[in-house]
Ligand binder design. Structure first.
Ligand SMILES: Cc1ncc(COP(=O)(O)O)c(C=O)c1O
Length: 405
């Protein structure tokens, strides 16, 4: 737009962008923490990634089972490109359904014990299914810590009666139920494993409360499937409560080593979503390589339970190790390990110092979580020596910043 037009056209919607200088302020200090550009893993099954020509030890990926570099999974993706091409160039409803989409949906239904499933092209869009599930007078009741995509899915729904309960606080949920007329439709929505806190939703208590108050239960198990449960079917399976979850949601961008997502539920619910959910209908289907990757990962969940066992052993070792040297670490047992550093500048400096020492983690700032934190995500491909390196390096940096004794 020319200056002349800009001067005569009143308020400019770009003004807020021109005034947004926070990233540049952090760049000027050499502390900007986002968009680190990696060169890929240095080898198959390796937790080291190339960064500026040097290997950096990855402790910030959701690739919990380490399958993104697994030779069998990679081969499945390559074979799918050979057999089906690179994309579908269309919606599932029209030209975009392949036989492997159907196979993945059927295998996931069997895996989750639900009547049917439907695939979406990203996890974020999968939670967009909420947009068509909620009618005008119905209530979405959300744990305060649910993922942003759930907030978004409910926000764009017809339902406007959203309520939030304190994180994992069943008393607060009960109070909300008490305040809603018994006749109103209600759905309670939680993460199975919470992406910032790394703790799990109390599925048995949630399910009992939902039954008592005639509400449906929706569990986003993005971080639980592949990781928890006897067969890796996630948080609900861990509690032996899979049948009690009315809608089970998951993304393929974590343990499945791919991209996309799915909803598993009763057949009529899936049928309704397939014909009403805008993120499903008006978007191109998952590309063949992504579908084949998710299928291959699902087979590995079943055939290699030792990956899950090692992952949980690694998580335990890191939690105990960091606590023993004095860090404040959230309690839990999942591979998401939040280390509290609730000072923005110190957090940026800590994160940068870790990278310089050859370790990548994720810095999380308020309001994404209640407190600032270095979020460590561990993988089944980490060995004891990697964990020792992480703990020793964090201790050294903590001491040099006079943050630890
Ligand atoms: C709990 C949870 N749900 C949904 C999503 C969205 O999934 P995706 O990144 O695959 O779109 C994420 C991703 O961070 C997540 O952590």
């Amino acid at each position: 737009m020319t200056d002349a037009v800009r001067m005569t056209s009143g308020k400019d919607v770009f003004q807020r962008c021109y005034e947004y200088t926070r990233p540049d302020e952090f760049r000027a200090l050499g502390l900007y923490p986002y968009f680190t550009s990696f060169g890929g893993a240095i080898a198959e099954n390796s937790p080291y990634y190339r960064l500026d020509g040097k290997p950096v030890l990855m402790f910030g990926s959701n690739d919990y089972l380490g399958l993104t570099t697994n030779p069998a999974v990679k081969e499945a993706a390559i074979a799918a490109v050979r057999d089906y091409g690179t994309g579908c160039s269309g919606s599932r409803m029209l030209n975009g359904t392949l036989d492997i989409h159907i196979r993945l949906e059927e295998e996931l239904a069997e895996f989750t014990g639900k009547e049917a499933t439907v695939l979406y092209s990203t996890g974020f869009m999968t939670n967009g299914s909420l947009s068509c599930l909620l009618g005008r007078d119905e209530y979405a009741i959300l744990d305060k810590s649910v993922h942003a995509s759930i907030n978004y899915g409910t926000m764009v729904s017809f339902g406007k009666n959203h309520r939030r309960f304190r994180h994992n606080d069943m008393k607060d949920l009960e109070n909300i139920f008490e305040s809603i007329h018994a006749d109103r439709g209600k759905i309670v929505i939680v993460d199975g494993v919470f992406s910032m806190e790394g703790d799990v939703a109390p599925v048995p208590e949630l399910s009992a409360l939902c039954r008592r108050h005639n509400a449906r239960l929706y569990v986003d198990d993005a971080h639980g499937i592949g990781v928890l449960g006897e067969r890796g079917a996630g948080t609900a399976e861990y509690f032996q409560m899979l049948p009690e979850v009315d809608i089970l949601m998951c993304t393929f961008s974590k343990s499945f080593a791919s991209t996309g997502g799915f909803i598993a539920s009763e057949r009529p619910v899936i049928e309704f979503l397939k014909h009403h959910s805008l993120p499903f209908i008006y978007s191109a289907s998952m590309p063949p390589a992504a579908v084949a990757t998710a299928l291959a990962a699902l087979h590995i969940f079943r055939s290699e339970p030792e990956r899950r066992e090692k992952l949980l052993r690694n998580s335990d070792k890191i939690r105990k190790g960091l606590k023993s040297v004095g860090f404040e670490v959230h309690d839990g047992f999942t591979p998401i390990i939040p280390v509290i550093i609730d000072d923005e500048l110190l957090l940026c400096r800590f994160f940068k110092a870790l990278i310089e020492a050859g370790i990548y983690t994720n810095p999380i700032f308020r309001p994404a979580a209640d407190k600032g934190m270095i979020r460590i995500s561990c993988m089944a491909t980490h060995e004891d020596e990697h964990i020792d390196q992480l703990i020793n390096t964090m201790l050294e940096i903590g001491r040099s910043f006079q943050f630890l004794q």
